[in-house]
Write a protein that binds this ligand. Structure first.
Ligand code: GTP
Ligand code: MG
Length: 463
């Protein structure tokens, strides 16, 4: 039976005391070094915390591959089950009753008897977080053996996205991603249905219910796509208008790097900043503050993460467009994170994938207040073009703002425009979108000497 592991998760609003405990599980493949594994597990624990879970331990096994049945080998599986109060045994003969597959279903009751493991019942982990993507049968087997809810990396990320989506656009995008994640899993468990869902009936009613589910998912995805298109048609128009003037800075970077903090600092606005992964899912745009002339817009975007499910990246189209169409990318990195080099690399890879690697960029090595002097020197040397900054320092905010303004200034051109007195609207537009260096009045009108990006000048001339 397939259920959607992303639909029933504890809310972060719950008091910390009652946070469900979670155990992190990973297989260390021969190709994965200790440091890489450590960074990945720390990240998974942070993802778990963002979901409101309390990680209480890890179970790691070195293997050449994931165990086909339940990721871990028998011995390690028992060890895991002791922490969760499960049997540690993957039931092989026992078959589940046949059941209709419903993506909104609750997880099935796990029939395994609680083991007399070490963990007292109230210290048991209720959730198992697996640092790999699981096949449906692996997830099911792990659930049966542990008696706990099992979430793989992708479903954890999807759950966070789901919880953090605030606008209609983000919600629709997340739901498309979730259903897309779910669809092949339905298919797979349907394909193996005869084997997995008991030797009793095999095909028949169960099979057609599955067909129905797939069709329902397809229909729902189509519906959401249409809705998304409607929403994006509006924002497309708005974006096109901005892009035309070539004046947008997009803040990009790994999740939790400090993008929204910089967005808030640079735009002097009220922005949601949180020590959570994927706090921001909606692209927001504000003017750089104090205002410049012509004005520069700053946009905050969704964060990237290692092994971000591909479908998910694609579903955040508007964020990606924002980055690709920007005149400048401000790439924010959490320099205090031991894994920042990998994070920087991941961000660059995603930017290349979405066709934004040609956009000029400014690298901010952020959270420098948490980095000691020796490490700062090393950073400055290793990244000569970067700025070492803290979003908490007023001076740094001023410095970054200056750099951004300077980047735009260097891309601005000087032009002379004559506007007749009768064309008051154009005079207004000039003051709005360009910097006026000089005005000369004669009998018919005004000769403006202005400074503005090329595309803006072209527009002012033709309007
Ligand atoms: N010490 C320190 N903390 C910072 C700095 N910049 C941001 N933070 C903290 O880092 C955490 C994440 O900051 P956000 O601005 O929400 O990060 P983000 O990149 O927008 O994260 P997502 O939207 O989740 O991708 C928050 O707790 C911030 O207060 C900094 O320069 N120094
Ligand atoms: Mg953010």
């Amino acid at each position: 039976v397939t259920h959607d592991p992303t639909s029933e998760l504890p809310r972060s609003e719950r008091e910390k005391a009652s946070r469900p405990r979670a155990i992190v599980v990973a297989v260390q493949l021969p190709s994965v070094g200790d440091a890489e594994l450590e960074a990945s597990l720390v990240e998974l624990e942070r993802l778990g915390k963002t979901l409101g879970l309390a990680p209480i331990g890890r179970i790691v096994q070195k293997r050449t591959a994931l165990a086909a049945a339940a990721v871990l080998g028998e011995g390690k599986l028992k060890e895991l089950a002791e922490r969760t109060g499960g049997t540690g045994i993957v039931p092989s003969g026992a078959k589940k009753k046949k059941r209709k597959i419903d993506p909104d279903d609750e997880p099935e009751d796990v029939e395994a008897e609680a083991a007399e493991g070490d963990a007292a019942p109230d210290a048991r982990a209720k959730v198992v977080l697996v640092d790999h993507d699981l096949t449906p049968s692996q997830a099911r087997n792990l659930e049966r053996a542990t008696g706990a809810q099992v979430l793989d990396r992708t479903s954890v990320i999807l759950s966070i996205f789901q919880r953090h989506a605030r606008t209609r656009e983000a919600r629709a995008q997340v739901e498309i991603a979730r259903l897309t994640y779910l669809a092949p899993r339905l298919r797979e468990s349907g394909g193996g249905g005869d084997r997995q869902r008991g030797g009793i009936g095999g095909k028949g009613a169960g099979e057609s219910a599955l067909e129905l589910d797939r069709r329902r998912i397809r229909d729902r995805i189509a519906e959401l796509r249409a809705e998304l298109e409607r929403i994006q048609r509006d924002s497309e128009v708005r974006r096109a208008r901005r892009v035309e003037s070539g004046d947008t800075v997009a803040l990009v970077g790994y999740t939790n790097a400090g993008k929204s903090s910089w967005f808030r600092d640079l735009s002097a606005g009220d922005v949601y900043v949180a020590d959570e992964l994927f706090a921001t899912l909606d692209t927001t745009v504000r003017a750089l503050a104090p205002a410049t002339r012509p004005r520069i817009l700053v946009s905050d975007t969704v964060g990237f993460i290692d092994r971000l499910p591909h479908g998910l990246v694609a579903s955040f189209r508007s964020t990606l467009d924002e980055a690709r169409d920007a005149s400048l990318l401000v790439h924010v990195v959490d320099a205090s994170d031991p894994a920042f080099r990998r994070q920087l690399e991941v961000t660059r890879e995603v930017l290349a994938e979405i066709g934004a690697s040609e956009v000029p960029s400014l690298l901010l090595l952020n959270k420098i207040d948490r980095v000691d002097a020796a490490a700062r020197d090393a950073l400055a040397e290793a990244y000569p073009g970067a700025m070492l900054v803290s979003a908490r320092s007023r001076e740094d905010v001023a410095r970054v703002r200056e750099r951004i303004v300077a980047a735009f200034e260097s891309a601005m051109e000087e032009a002379v425009l004559f506007v007749p007195y009768s064309d008051g609207a154009r005079v207004h537009r000039i003051h709005e979108s360009a910097r006026v260096l000089g005005e000369e009045h004669d009998d018919e009108g005004t000769r403006f000497t202005i400074l503005a990006p090329g595309p803006v000048i072209a527009r002012l001339r033709s309007s």
